[in-house]
Design a protein around this ligand. Structure first.
Ligand SMILES: C[S@@+](CC[C@H](N)C(=O)[O-])C[C@H]1O[C@@H](n2cnc3c(N)ncnc32)[C@H](O)[C@@H]1O
Length: 302
């Protein structure tokens, strides 16, 4: 019977995150293939629950019904309202998304950056899941909201660092090759504008200038990410004069051109889209389909 301890388990996870096959991991760690599979399944399904009672204002610290996604199609009809999560920031993402990404691509204590942090959904999750969170947003209102939402008494040693700044020019506090995962959600050009034409705000850009700025974001992501680690972002497409503009793939291409390698393309189904009532009659009249999905691209730094 092979005995393996926490150190080997950590090595298994690291190698798995670096893209090694199960067989290669078994060989490197000198353990059976079946043990590698069993350990990965056990760890991926594990949630670092600490069963302290939440204050009255919070129903629960963790979702009751969570299982890690295992396919390339994700759908979360209920957004999720555990801990301090709220869906009131425009264009926010469901906490099930960063939870899945963080659990799959990091281990406890690792550093996760969201460089378009908005209301702080990712940082609530990093704190709950005992990762070191860093959040950046160009808009001061978002920064206030993210700070407020991450300010709860639970896993205090994992309180995130939150800075006002630009994803194209990350604050100097984030050192080269210091981040284990980038998990982020940029604006989809100017579909939702988060400021009144603030310089550098990507939500005020048209498509060509958005892609130029995202090129700088990709370079910054490459700079701060450790090698072999993941950069994951969610983005949607748009329409121009009845035709589809594949903004998601255009942005992906920018990241690939900078040297990232594509690991997964995930289709995320859209729910409760506020603009549907407005667009539905137009979609009938002009005979086009309403966009019902977004992409989550999982990239690796080679
Ligand atoms: C889609 S929202 C992120 C929402 C977030 N996932 C949440 O759940 O609240 C995009 C955010 O990017 C911010 N933003 C726009 N341009 C930026 C830039 N150049 N650098 C950093 N943040 C920027 C906007 O202020 C907005 O908060």
């Amino acid at each position: 019977m092979v005995r393996y301890d926490g150190l080997i388990l950590e090595r298994v996870l690291d190698l798995n995150n670096e893209g090694y096959t199960i067989e290669q991991i078994a060989e490197v760690c000198h353990i059976p293939v079946a043990s590698v599979c069993m350990e990965l399944r056990r760890v991926r399904d594990r949630q670092p629950f600490r069963l302290t009672r939440p204050p009255r204002s919070i129903k629960r610290w963790h979702p009751e019904d969570f299982t890690l996604e295992s396919t390339t199609v994700w759908s979360f009809p209920k957004r999720g309202n555990w801990a301090t999560h709220k869906g009131d920031y425009r264009g926010n993402w469901s906490p099930y998304i960063p939870r899945n990404i963080i659990l799959r691509y990091t281990t406890e204590g690792e550093t996760v950056l969201d460089c378009f942090v908005g209301s702080g959904t990712t940082l609530i999750e990093t704190k709950l899941l005992r990762r070191k969170g860093i959040g950046i947003d160009i808009n001061s209102q978002a920064i206030c909201l993210a700070k407020e939402r991450a300010d709860f008494r639970f896993n205090d040693e994992f309180h995130p660092a939150i800075f006002e700044g630009e994803a194209q020019n990350l604050p100097q506090q984030i050192a080269h090759q210091s981040v284990d995962l980038i998990c982020t959600h940029p604006p989809y050009t100017n579909i939702i504008q988060y400021s009144n034409d603030k310089t550098g705000d990507l939500s005020c850009c048209d498509i060509p200038s958005f892609l130029v700025e995202m090129n700088r974001v990709a370079q910054e992501c490459l700079r701060v990410l450790k090698s072999k680690k993941h950069c994951v972002f969610m983005i949607g497409d748009t329409r121009h004069e009845k035709h589809m503009v594949p903004l998601g793939f255009m942005t992906l291409e920018v990241f690939l051109r900078n040297g990232f390698v594509l690991k997964e393309v995930i289709i995320k189904k859209q729910h409760n889209c506020q603009s549907t009532a407005f667009w539905y009659p137009k979609s009938i009249y002009h005979n086009f389909l309403l966009i019902g999905h977004e992409y989550i691209f999982v990239l690796r730094k080679p």
